[in-house]
Design a protein around this ligand. Structure first.
Ligand code: HEC
Ligand code: HEC
Ligand code: HEC
Ligand code: HEC
Ligand code: HEC
Ligand code: HEC
Ligand code: HEC
Ligand code: HEC
Ligand code: HEC
Length: 418
């Protein structure tokens, strides 16, 4: 019995301090926040912005990034209390990754912990740590200092639609890029590219933003070897055909890859003119018009144009029959045929990346024969419709004549009866 009372006593002793601690923790005042919210301008903005951040909710306070003692109102910002003031850019990655590289802490929030290690391998990180260049992006340049938000929050600078502008803040700044001798046009070009238009105008989430090609934290230009991999993450079917092309199979330096024909920031919808064009991104940019390589391109183009032309003609024919009230049941299977041909032609466009005239012709000749068949069948149907129309008119004429004759007869009978 005495033992049990003793145990209860111990339990109460253990419980009380824990409970007191919990209460004071909940109400604990952070003097940094208390004092700064009554200050002005940036000194106050820091608090206002932080109030909205994910960090506030997770209990990340001013002192977690700036140091200092949040309980000591008199000497909160004393160096002796570990206060560091405004962190220098070169110190920021270390401050953030104290928590963000901590696997145990981040598991709770289901966040990755690789940012610092990747950052160190990026051009940004290498320039910062190896050359002490503080113009590059650090964690806070892309995420903000105080209003740090989740990547899923539309207000966040790293929300998918906002990423290009976040990078563009520096990369469109000509003055800033001049010392490095790199262009400052990536954002402008990207905005007008097919990818960019689909992102900004059509809100298409599947097109790449800057970070899909450059890596999120390891921002580096994709190297010559991995450019095809960058594009193929999404254009995998085309890559399969490209792998069969001489450009991929000939193992020499400087062989063309996706960006040699399509560009990188200014990618547009390609047309068949590329096969015979003379610009740097066309076949004629590298191959003389007399060369077998150029001829291969010209042949592929001709085959695709023939197929496209006949396919368009077939579709027009079907539309014509519909306008003229053709039997919709008879047309339906022709429409199915044309859908089939369209699919085959789309496939041929991707197959063109293998640069094999035979492979292309195998597909385009099917498109051609289906389209021709449909057009022929439709000619028959139209002939039928015309014949039927003539027949109909003839029938009405005969009926008309009969009516007139009958009336005539009727008048004669009336006269006879009178
Ligand atoms: C009693 C009011 C008060 C408290 C408490 C206080 N600050 Fe300040 N803080 C100020 C004032 C005033 C300034 C601007 C003048 C200066 O730099 O000393 C300032 C400036 C700063 C700056 C900018 C420093 C610079 O070099 O420009 C940072 C960062 C900062 N405070 C963070 C903190 C943190 C973190 C805490 C808590 C550990 C804290 N403050 C506590 C009043 C306070
Ligand atoms: C997640 C880390 C983090 C937290 C939390 C944080 N700060 Fe900062 N703070 C920074 C960084 C990074 C900078 C800017 C460094 C730069 O501009 O290069 C900064 C800058 C400042 C400045 C200078 C003016 C400015 O806005 O650039 C003040 C003042 C300041 N912080 C006060 C505070 C106060 C007060 C709190 C708490 C409400 C706080 N900070 C919370 C990271 C943090
Ligand atoms: C050049 C810009 C840039 C820099 C520098 C940068 N980030 Fe990011 N960060 C991003 C983008 C963009 C995303 C969103 C990626 C996505 O949508 O998946 C992101 C995502 C994150 C996430 C969320 C990860 C997750 O698992 O969802 C964290 C945490 C983060 N960054 C922390 C950091 C830290 C810490 C640093 C510094 C070591 C840093 N970032 C440096 C641009 C940057
Ligand atoms: C004291 C620890 C700590 C420090 C220091 C810290 N963070 Fe965080 N951060 C967190 C925690 C915890 C979360 C998770 C909040 C949540 O998901 O609710 C978080 C969330 C984030 C997110 C949101 C990720 C997402 O997409 O959901 C970003 C971005 C981020 N932090 C960036 C930074 C940057 C940049 C710095 C440095 C300027 C920094 N953090 C410093 C603890 C910290
Ligand atoms: C705070 C300004 C800043 C921001 C924001 C920024 N960068 Fe940078 N970036 C730089 C600077 C400065 C360099 C150094 C240029 C160099 O070394 O050639 C650089 C270098 C690069 C390079 C290497 C260029 C080369 O030399 O080949 C790439 C790629 C890059 N950044 C991509 C990005 C991407 C993607 C984003 C957005 C997610 C981004 N940057 C955001 C400033 C910034
Ligand atoms: C579709 C993929 C893709 C997208 C999207 C993309 N880039 Fe690039 N970027 C590349 C490739 C590939 C290179 C390397 C070209 C080379 O090595 O010749 C490059 C090069 C760069 C360079 C080095 C300088 C230069 O112009 O060659 C910078 C800086 C850069 N990109 C920034 C950005 C920014 C900022 C964005 C977003 C606005 C962006 N990139 C979007 C693929 C892309
Ligand atoms: C994150 C995925 C992704 C990456 C990476 C990507 N693309 Fe795209 N790309 C798309 C999507 C999705 C579309 C189609 C948009 C639409 O619906 O029109 C597209 C469209 C295109 C088009 C126009 C297609 C057409 O129908 O005319 C070309 C050309 C293109 N991409 C080339 C490239 C090249 C070259 C690269 C590498 C430097 C690349 N893409 C990287 C997703 C991607
Ligand atoms: C030698 C030049 C060349 C190379 C290399 C090249 N393409 Fe193309 N690409 C073309 C031409 C020409 C067209 C337009 C004709 C066509 O569609 O067949 C085209 C069309 C496209 C289209 C739109 C047509 C469709 O089927 O949707 C996409 C997307 C595309 N290419 C992506 C890529 C990717 C990804 C790579 C790298 C794996 C690549 N291209 C490599 C020349 C090239
Ligand atoms: C960036 C330059 C470049 C572009 C653009 C380019 N090629 Fe090539 N192509 C090469 C090189 C280099 C070789 C290898 C020549 C050799 O070693 O024999 C080659 C080889 C070939 C070959 C096989 C070898 C031969 O000479 O017959 C064919 C076929 C070919 N290219 C067709 C095309 C077609 C079609 C296009 C446009 C869709 C095109 N190329 C665009 C550079 C280019």
């Amino acid at each position: 019995m005495r033992n049990i009372i003793f145990l209860i006593f111990i339990a109460i002793l253990l419980y009380i301090p824990a409970n007191i601690y919990a209460q004071t923790e909940g109400e604990k005042i952070n003097v940094c926040v208390e004092c700064h919210q009554n200050l002005e301008d940036t000194l106050k903005d820091a608090v206002t912005n932080w109030q909205e951040s994910v960090h506030k909710k997770a209990g990340v306070f001013c002192n977690d990034c700036h140091g200092g003692d949040p309980n000591d109102s008199g000497n909160a910002m004393d160096e002796k209390n570990g206060f560091i003031g405004i962190p220098r850019p070169k110190d920021i990655p270390k401050i953030c990754s104290r928590c963000h590289s901590d696997v145990t802490m981040m598991r709770k929030y289901n966040l990755k912990t690789d940012q610092f290690n990747l950052y160190k391998t990026s051009i940004h990180g290498m320039r910062l740590f190896e050359k002490g260049d503080e113009s590059v992006a650090t964690c806070a340049s892309c995420h903000g200092n105080h209003n740090v938000l989740s990547k899923n929050d539309p207000r966040s600078p790293i929300y998918r639609f906002n990423v290009p502008l976040t990078c563009g803040k520096c990369h469109s700044n000509k003055e800033m890029m001049k010392p490095y001798n790199i262009p400052a046009d990536q954002y402008e070009l990207y905005r007008k590219s097919h990818h960019g238009k689909m992102l900004f105008e059509n809100k298409n989430l599947r097109v790449p933003t800057c970070v899909d090609c450059h890596g999120t934290h390891g921002a580096v230009p994709p190297g010559v070897t991995d450019i095809v991999e960058v594009c193929s993450n999404c254009h995998s079917v085309i890559f399969e055909y490209f792998k069969k092309s001489p450009h991929y199979l000939i193992k020499k330096e400087g062989m063309p890859r996706c960006i040699n024909c399509h560009g990188n920031h200014d990618i547009q919808r390609p047309t068949l003119e590329k096969f015979t064009g003379k610009s740097m991104l066309d076949c004629g940019g590298c191959h003389y018009p007399e060369s077998p390589a150029f001829k291969t391109g010209a042949d592929i183009k001709a085959a695709l144009i023939e197929a496209e032309t006949l396919l368009t003609a077939g579709n027009k024919d079907i539309a014509l029959v519909k306008e003229n009230g053709g039997n919709s049941f008879a047309i339906r299977h022709l429409e199915d045929d044309m859908d089939n041909a369209r699919t085959k032609l789309l496939e041929a466009y991707s197959v063109s990346h293998a640069l094999s005239t035979d492979e292309i012709k195998r597909r385009t000749s099917e498109v051609v024969s289906i389209s021709k068949n449909v057009s022929e069948t439709i000619k028959g149907i139209i002939k039928d419709i015309k014949l039927r129309k003539v027949g109909l008119i003839f029938t009405w004429v005969v009926i008309g004549v009969i009516i007139i004759l009958l009336r005539q007869k009727a008048k004669n009978w009336k006269r006879v009866i009178k």
